[in-house]
Write a protein that binds this ligand. Structure first.
Ligand code: GAR
Length: 212
């Protein structure tokens, strides 16, 4: 059984989508938040999943927070660490520790719009498409080998909120599928690129407004 630890900071809708899917050969063994008020914690606890807090405010600097977080994570001996709306920057030592076994979802079509306010920035730039990216985590923020991307149209009159909602629906499809493929051993990394076996089209989705 592949053991999965999910890190969240807030609502945790991606975490829910991952937990609710059928996951042969895998189990979510813990959900860890860096904020005690992260709404997703209660959802996980109600389902009997270990819900833990490592409050970043309790640590004097990033490095000591990273050490404390890694200690809790390693207590679960995970095969995969899943960042699902986890809004803390993680240091190089931390990312190296989980190299090749830590995934993130980012609400843009990387390498465009790393960082925050991705939807507003896509609208301001006049983008006609926006989307999300599932990728392996490396030391560089919002970089790392791409596992899957989904694109949606940017519509006339879109706000950051309406675009975020459209993109989030795609995240909820792509991220669980990527986790399932990792667990099934269908994701491999070679020369910094992801190879996804036997699911030829799983890595890309183009959605029309009606579908999105
Ligand atoms: C998601 O849209 C995710 O892509 C984004 O935060 C949201 C979390 O929602 N992540 C980032 O911006 C990370 N850089 P959720 O808590 O409902 O899954």
């Amino acid at each position: 059984m592949k053991r999965i630890v999910i890190l969240i900071s807030g609502r945790g809708s991606n975490m829910q989508a991952i937990c609710e899917q059928d996951l042969p050969g895998g189990a979510v063994v813990a959900v860890i938040a860096n904020r005690p008020d992260a709404a997703g914690l209660a959802w996980a606890a109600e389902r009997g999943i270990d819900a833990r807090v490592v409050d970043h405010k309790a640590y004097p600097d990033r490095a000591s927070f990273d050490v404390a977080l890694a200690e809790v994570i390693d207590g679960y001996a995970p095969d995969l660490v899943v960042l699902a709306g986890f809004m803390r920057i993680l240091g190089a030592e931390f990312t190296r520790r989980y190299e090749g076994r830590m995934l993130n979802v980012h609400p843009s079509l990387l390498p465009a719009f790393t960082g925050l306010s991705t939807h507003q920035r896509a609208i301001d730039a006049g983008c006609r498409v926006a989307g999300c990216t599932v990728h392996f985590v490396t030391a560089e923020l919002d970089h790392g080998p791409i596992v899957a991307q989904g694109a949606v149209p940017v519509l006339e009159g879109d706000t950051a909120a309406s675009l975020a909602e459209r993109v989030l629906a795609v995240e909820h499809r792509l991220y669980p599928a990527a986790v399932r493929d990792f667990v099934a051993g269908r994701l491999t990394l070679a020369d910094g690129r992801v190879h996804r076996v036997a699911t030829a089209n799983a890595g890309a989705q183009l959605l029309s407004p009606a579908e999105a």
